[in-house]
Design a protein around this ligand. Sequence first.
Ligand SMILES: *Cc1c(COP(=O)(O)O)cnc(C)c1O
Length: 492
Amino acid sequence: MPTPDPTRTPAVRGHLPPQAGGEHPALAGGTTGPDQLRPLLDTVLDALTEGATARRGPIPPGGPQHVTSRLRHAATPVLPETGTGAEEALHTLVRALAEGSADPAEPHCAGHLHCPPLALAVAADLAACALNPSMDSWDQAPAASALETDTATALAALVYPGHSTPDALVTTGGTDSNHLALLLARERARATGAPATRIVCATTTHHSIHRAAWLLGLPEPVILPAPDGTLDPAALDTALSQLHGPVTVVATAGTTDTGAIDPLPRIADVTTAHAAELHIDASYGGPLLLSNHHRHLLDGIQNATTVTLDLHKLGWQPIAAGLLAVPDTTALRPLHTHADYLNAHDDTDAGIPDLLGRSLRTTRRPDILKIAVTLRALGRQGLGDLIDRICRNAQYLADLIDQHPHLTLHARPTISTVLFRPTHATDAHVAAIRRTLITNGTAVLGRAHTHGRLWLKATLLNPATHHDDLTSLLKVVAETATAPQPEGTTPR
Ligand SMILES: *Cc1c(COP(=O)(O)O)cnc(C)c1O
């Protein structure tokens, strides 16, 4: 690890006056910014390699206490009286973070809808950081705002083909998109004179819907059972017959726990028959629209009033990359707001685009750049191929589990989530196996309660994962299941 050398001539020379320590912090932008960045990037990339090499696995071993103490050892003091300089700080903290990371690029890191980002998307995000457009007014983001409009429109057109003015808001993820969707629903209901809209969802609906209802002051959602893991259209029909006033049905295309897709066409029919609105949370499953083989799983999605997409799940984007799609841009009007310094009426009249109504945030990152670069570089076919690959991996893992003498498969995967458990284990043992894997640093698997049992959850999002990786994943699970319980992970 390099120690700071006070006599060293700074490798980078910025535009700022020298500071007390003699260090010249450089700026990232302008014509000279890239040259200032280049040596720092070398430092960052070396530190990433060193950290990942030192970790040697999907998650650092040792559990929270050990990982925290290693991190503190490297990262203390947080605010030294005299700075250590760019190179030392970047190297030390990036290396420590990489060594202590759960890395979804490792095939045995498959616990959550936590994707390994594509290198090209990360490189694009660096440019977004260097240029730092702020998406709250045109004069802070002249080209970025146009790129956002066109890219969001193209993605919304995938959801709503045949509509003349589909649109999408760029959000921080599924939670943010669901919140905005319910806000728009509430405002539409209010416009009719109704006090609120009633949310109807399933037990499998993402928790962010409940939080959004709470945050928006909506009545408690009506929660329908999902006996086979999906929203039952007959139960929905019955529930809607008993409700009066505006209703927003929330369906899910790819549940977080099992990856199941609600029966969208039948839900859309029931919803239409009761003059209710439909929001579809396609945080996970939305990108199936890009695949020729899997697009049909989302038939019916175009009937939704709003659709949540989240490209930091199945879209291989670094966080954040959420969207909320609507069939017609006028649906976004309730978000319009006025702040003279950002969207003065006379500026808008003079043709300056008004961006403020495209988010509840004010300052906002150009998250669209990495998405636009990815769409262009891979094309629909390239992205569709990646999706098909992870879906095939999930089927293969399910086959392996099915054939395994000591493991039980929950169900054939719909997308890329595979639930399984050691056949004779108690739920407490299943939970302990998962904790042992994450604290030993051998694998990251998730957990899900369904059909009255606790299951291990493999969420496969890594298109570079090979069949061998899946075989070895099951091997470590089976070994951990039969090993004596280590201290601290005994079932309670
Ligand atoms: C992940 C997820 C969300 C939340 O998305 P974030 O990007 O984590 O905010 C919402 N709904 C579903 C179905 C999800 O899987």
